[in-house]
Design a protein around this ligand. Structure first.
Ligand SMILES: [Fe+2]
Ligand SMILES: [Fe+2]
Length: 162
């Protein structure tokens, strides 16, 4: 059953980078962020924790790939991951004090941030990984699916929520 609201984040081919592991993890994050956007008040803590757990695991995997391959702009990318995790943890603490509205704002910010981050910073990483492995950029075939959210073109900045 599809209970998504029109504003909820949805996967689009524009986020496919041609790296199966990273694409799978991004799809998982998209689903969890959409779940957070749609969560009832009583489900906010569980939904936020799921996003935080998945983000920690995914960012750690990307950080390891960047470090292991000496990806040149890794410091900037790793710092952005850390900033987002800091925002998520800060909002989780505020939710524990009863602040729900900040979670709603965080969910909306994440829904805009993730596609931009994927298309800018993560895309550069997957190109780097593909070049190292195969000597060229990955070929990604897009089916022309709808993009649910336009990015802000600020893929090198972190969330506006602390
Ligand atoms: Fe990333
Ligand atoms: Fe990523």
């Amino acid at each position: 059953m599809n209970t998504m609201t029109p504003q909820s984040l949805a996967w689009s081919d524009a986020m496919s980078l041609g790296h199966p592991l990273i694409d799978d993890e991004h799809q998982h994050l998209v689903a969890l962020i959409a779940r957070l956007q749609e969560a009832a008040n009583e489900d906010l803590a569980t939904a936020l924790e799921a996003v935080l757990d998945a983000a920690e695991a995914h960012f750690s995997a990307e950080n390891d790939l960047m470090t292991a391959t000496s990806f040149p702009p890794r410091d900037c990318h790793i710092k952005e991951h850390e900033a987002v995790l800091g925002s998520l943890r800060g909002v989780a603490r505020r939710l524990a004090r009863g602040e729900r509205e900040v979670v709603r704002r965080l969910a909306a910010e994440l829904a805009m941030w993730l596609p931009a981050h994927v298309q800018h910073l993560d895309s550069a990483l997957t190109h780097w990984l593909c070049k190292l492995q195969h000597g060229g950029k990955p070929v990604v075939l897009h089916s022309g699916g709808r993009t649910q959210h336009k990015t802000r073109g600020r893929g090198d900045s972190a969330l506006a929520i602390a």
